[in-house]
Design a protein around this ligand. Structure first.
Ligand code: AMP
Length: 564
């Protein structure tokens, strides 16, 4: 025994894991908080109590049963944030159907892939939003729809899909209107559902989410009731949620941030889910917080930046806010400080996780010292284990960077119908390799240093983009910054910075380098600096550094040295 502490930590729990299904969680919420608000969808003028939501979910579930859907069948949902989304989520859980959450930004080939990969029998779809014509896209994939008897589709390119349920109108031929589904269920279906409730097991698969697909084709992350209900519960506990809270959820529901950390945290604590609108809009979010007196606000870092920098920010009274979560991408310290100071979110936390782990594994506590709360992703969540390993799989000493691995109730069942890919990331002992580089300090606080793929290796020196970004963020003219490696014949790679300035500011490359000089090591000073208006992003707030890298390398004709 050397006595050197290692980068292994396990989460101490004050309360046990929940041992029930999502359907039962809804029943409990309706029994315990029945008349309290469950769901407020402002753009739709929807206000439902927990009892309303349970009753509507049961009616919808009975309708789905009447349409022939059975336990274990896959039902897709393809829509932005609407009340129907949450209703479908809870109804599917009550009926034991596996909800397949489809990114509303998907287009034809992605939709076709997703529906066929997991064999969706039914699809609940929006009609249209802005330039997205959902019905048009489905009809393009399945022209048979317009001539089909509703519920009996048979389409060559979507061989599993039988039922298309349409949210909103005008109703397209061959579809079933969302509001008509409930009427199809009768006493027999309700009885069948009551019997089913006793059969469903919390370890059953209940949700498939496609990963952002920054690497290869999207994979269907298969999650159980136990995975995501518990994660929602413990994420909610970490920010002290109760039935008195109202969570403003501008993050997309198709992603775990919305549907687990939002909806399932709400159902397990009795808090209200408040949707400011279908797609993210900073102004609608600020208006909603004020009008609905939200106590918690969620967002990826870029959403908080957009809210704080909105020209009308000062107009709003955000005094009701207490807490919230920033997550999904590296959270700049300066932005966290502004969220605490300017948005009144004194108990804001950072969470870290990935879809494959339900998602959250680290989260700060509301009473962690402020400095830790803005500069780390907190400590390991209850009931989970984490280790940081080097390239050979050995646990590294505390404080040293390596790959973060997670084990425990939160690890997915696997990628749907893809054992080989599952085995690449989850080992026989249950550890999920995240692909993220991290350190854990002596007290267990974790820092995410970056994605393994994004680490810059300059002349044999490891450079963590995050460190440079944090430093540049301190410059008062800089609104947002991304650092990534580009090819270099001599050093292998060199750091490049893409900088977005605050409105009306100007800056030169020299000015930025002068700001770094003598403050950070010479090899970390960006060799290339470009001022841009925006970054290529996914809807879930992830900056796509590989696209930025490609663009710069192509434009500047940068090449890697040939290696053996
Ligand atoms: P997804 O599965 O789409 O939720 O993406 C998960 C990835 O997002 C992780 O593997 C991290 O790279 C990144 N991520 C999530 N939360 C954070 C955070 N708080 N800080 C840094 N990176 C994060």
């Amino acid at each position: 025994m050397t006595g050197v502490p290692t980068s292994y930590a396990s989460g101490v729990a004050e309360v046990p894991l929940l041992g029930h299904t999502i359907g039962e969680a809804l029943e409990r919420a309706a029994n315990r908080w029945g008349a309290r608000p469950a769901l407020i969808a402002r753009a739709q003028d929807v206000r439902w109590t927990w009892r309303d939501l349970r009753d509507r979910a049961d009616a919808f579930a009975a309708g789905l049963t009447a349409l022939g859907l059975r336990r274990g069948d896959r039902i897709g949902i393809w829509s932005l944030n609407r009340a129907e989304w949450a209703l479908t989520q809870f109804a599917a859980a009550r009926a034991g159907l596996i909800l397949v959450t489809i990114n509303p930004a998907y287009r034809l080939s992605e939709l076709e892939f997703a529906l066929n990969k997991v064999g969706c029998v039914a699809l609940v779809t929006a009609t249209a939003f802005k330039s997205s014509d959902y019905i048009g896209m489905i009809t393009a994939l399945a022209p048979e729809l317009s001539g089909a008897t509703p519920g009996r589709l048979s389409a060559a390119r979507l061989p599993h899909l039988r039922i298309v349920i349409q949210i909103g109108g005008p109703q397209a031929p061959g579809t079933i209107a969302f509001q008509d589904v409930a009427q199809r269920g009768g006493a027999a279906e309700r009885e069948a559902l009551r019997a089913l409730a006793g059969e469903l097991q919390f370890d059953d698969a209940i949700n498939i989410q496609f990963t952002s697909g920054t690497t290869g084709s999207p994979k269907g992350v298969t999650l159980t009731h136990h995975n995501i209900l518990n994660n929602g519960y413990f994420v909610g506990r970490a920010i002290g949620l109760s039935e008195k809270d109202r969570i403003c959820i501008p993050v997309p529901l198709y992603h775990c941030f919305g549907m687990v950390m939002g909806n399932l945290a709400a159902v397990t604590h009795g808090a209200a889910m408040v949707y400011p609108g279908e797609g993210f809009d900073p102004l609608a979010t600020l208006e909603t917080i004020e009008a609905e007196k939200c106590t918690a606000l969620y967002g990826v870092p870029t959403m908080f930046i957009a809210e704080l920098d909105h020209p009308q920010f000062e107009r709003f009274d955000l005094g009701s806010l207490r807490t919230g979560i920033m997550a999904g991408a590296p959270c700049p310290i300066e932005v966290m400080k502004r969220v605490v100071g300017r948005m009144n979110m004194r108990e804001v936390t950072i969470a870290y996780g990935m879809t494959e782990t339900s998602p959250v594994s680290f989260q700060s506590a509301v009473d962690d010292p402020l400095e830790r709360r803005v500069s780390t992703v907190g400590r390991i969540q209850p009931h989970l284990e984490v280790k940081i390993v080097d390239a050979s799989g050995r646990i590294v000493p505390r404080g040293e960077p390596g790959e973060l691995c997670t084990r425990g109730y939160s690890v997915m069942l696997g990628y749907w119908d893809d054992e080989a890919k599952t085995d690449e990331v989850v080992d026989a002992r249950g550890w999920m390799s995240t692909g993220d580089l991290a350190t854990i300090d002596a007290e267990g606080y974790c820092n995410i240093v970056g994605r393994i793929k994004d680490m810059i290796i300059r002349g044999g020196e490891n450079v963590y983009p995050r460190e440079i970004e944090e430093y540049l963020f301190r410059h008062p003219k800089i609104q947002d910054v991304q650092v990534f490696g580009v090819a270099d014949l001599k050093y292998g790679e060199e750091p490049c910075a893409w900088v977005r300035l605050h409105k009306g500011e100007t800056m030169t490359e020299e000015e930025l380098r002068a700001f770094c000089h003598g403050q950070i090591a010479h090899y970390k000073v960006p060799r290339y600096v470009e001022f841009v208006e925006e970054f290529p992003m996914t809807v879930t707030g992830k900056v796509q550094k590989f696209i930025m890298r490609q663009q710069v390398e192509e434009r500047l004709g940068l090449k890697r040295a040939e290696t053996a």
